[in-house]
Design a protein around this ligand. Structure first.
Ligand SMILES: NC(=O)c1ccc[n+]([C@@H]2O[C@H](COP(=O)([O-])OP(=O)(O)OC[C@H]3O[C@@H](n4cnc5c(N)ncnc54)[C@H](OP(=O)(O)O)[C@@H]3O)[C@@H](O)[C@H]2O)c1
Length: 274
């Protein structure tokens, strides 16, 4: 199996461009078997977690059983109002951060994130579901920029997400995509489907591979987080990011245009308010 490419964040940390999500499909469920499958069958070393998924302990027991070296793994956790993530989480610090986010506002919460970084409790600090207005507030006083903004990216949300993606690009904030397969899973039968099916036929790929690759390219090479409990699908997802050639500009734009015809989003409700 070809090695998973990485992207270098603004802080120098290298992140594998495909992440294995432990929310949504395995939300509140024991994630141990899924994570063991992802790491052992797929060599996936980027695992996306969150305190609110209520399964971080089971992720921990999977990693213990797998004996993964900490330095080899990029592990994300999120806390607060889904606003923050730290890699290599520390429970008590997450809790104080959560209180800070609720009581003190973004700039103060971000200072605590910077403190975590300074103390070496995490390798990177970033945010999730942050629209431009939130980012501007953080950037005003930040000593360290968020290295990542994890947001919903799929063809039906791209029109609204595009200004955030470009704002992040111009501030060296890497976009990490979730919800990438939404047109297949949540909104089947929409205008994007025939376009993606044609591209999949032309490239000898599957629809999900085309969508994963599209999200990776439209975010300027950002990591894509997705999930499957099926090892065949996981292999398919991995191949999209390790072996598949790039979609052409025409193919990329055809998907963008299809997405504009049926705007949909399942998260980031207020994304159009800057
Ligand atoms: N920051 C946030 O607010 C936020 C929000 C949502 C998600 N996330 C993160 O992103 C991760 C991924 O979430 P997501 O919403 O993108 O995905 P998801 O809901 O986890 O999507 C994967 C689901 O789609 C199925 N699937 C995969 N490939 C498929 C295919 N080709 N055809 C049909 N079904 C397929 C999988 O089922 P099988 O197991 O049957 O393959 C799985 O149930 C989450 O686990 C979480 O870590 C973050």
């Amino acid at each position: 199996m070809s090695p998973m490419p990485t992207i270098r964040l603004s802080d120098g940390v290298q992140v594998p461009v495909l992440g294995y999500g432990t929310g949504t499909a395995i939300y509140q469920k024991d994630a141990k078997d899924s994570v063991i499958m992802a790491v052992s069958r797929g060599n996936m070393l980027h695992i996306d977690c969150a305190e609110m998924y209520l399964n971080e302990e089971s992720v921990g027991s999977a990693l213990k059983e797998l004996k993964v070296e900490q330095g080899d793994l990029f592990l994300t956790s999120k806390c607060g109002l889904e606003n923050t993530f730290i890699s290599k989480p520390s429970e008590s610090l997450e809790r104080s951060l959560q209180k800070a986010v609720k009581g003190m506002g973004l700039s103060s919460a971000w200072k605590m994130m910077e403190q975590l970084l300074k103390e070496g409790k995490t390798r990177s600090i970033g945010v999730s579901n942050h629209r431009i207005e939130f980012l501007e507030e953080i950037l005003k006083n930040a000593k360290t920029l968020p290295s990542v903004n994890q947001i919903e990216v799929h063809p039906y949300v791209y029109d609204k997400a595009q200004p955030i993606i470009e704002f992040c690009a111009s501030n060296a904030i890497t976009i990490e995509a979730y919800g990438t397969l939404a047109s297949l899973i949540h909104y089947p039968g929409g205008p994007v489907d025939p376009i993606v099916q044609q591209i999949a036929r032309d490239l000898g790929a599957t629809e999900s591979q085309v969508l994963l690759k599209w999200a990776h390219q439209i975010t300027h090479g950002g990591p894509v987080v997705t999930t499957s409990n099926k090892s065949e699908r996981l292999e398919e997802h991995i191949k999209a990011l390790t072996e598949m050639g790039d979609l052409s500009d025409t193919q990329m734009q055809a998907i963008v245009e299809g997405g504009k015809q049926n705007p949909q989003r399942f998260r980031m409700e207020d994304m159009n308010e800057r």
